[in-house]
Design a protein around this ligand. Structure first.
Ligand SMILES: [Zn+2]
Length: 77
């Protein structure tokens, strides 16, 4: 099976435990837009609305460079 890669950074995605956020979150449009464009695989959290389980974390594939890009973006905005 071929390893999945980040379409932006061409890095191999690694499994990580990602916190699930339940309830309504105020995520601003700017963040959503930046995430799609700059760090689509950061997966720093999961929206719990569409995930039906009793856990607070789930395993997802993440790109470390997307995480870094997200951190940089958060600092600038
Ligand atoms: Zn990436």
């Amino acid at each position: 099976m071929e390893a999945k890669k980040c379409e932006i950074h061409d890095d191999i995605l690694k499994p990580a435990d990602v916190p699930i956020h339940y309830g309504l979150l105020s995520i601003d449009d700017k963040f959503v837009e930046a995430r799609e464009r700059l760090f689509p695989n950061a997966n720093s959290f999961v929206m719990g609305g569409c995930v039906f389980q009793d856990e607070n974390e789930m395993e997802l594939l993440i790109c470390e460079k997307c995480r870094e890009a997200e951190n940089d973006w958060q600092e600038e905005n």
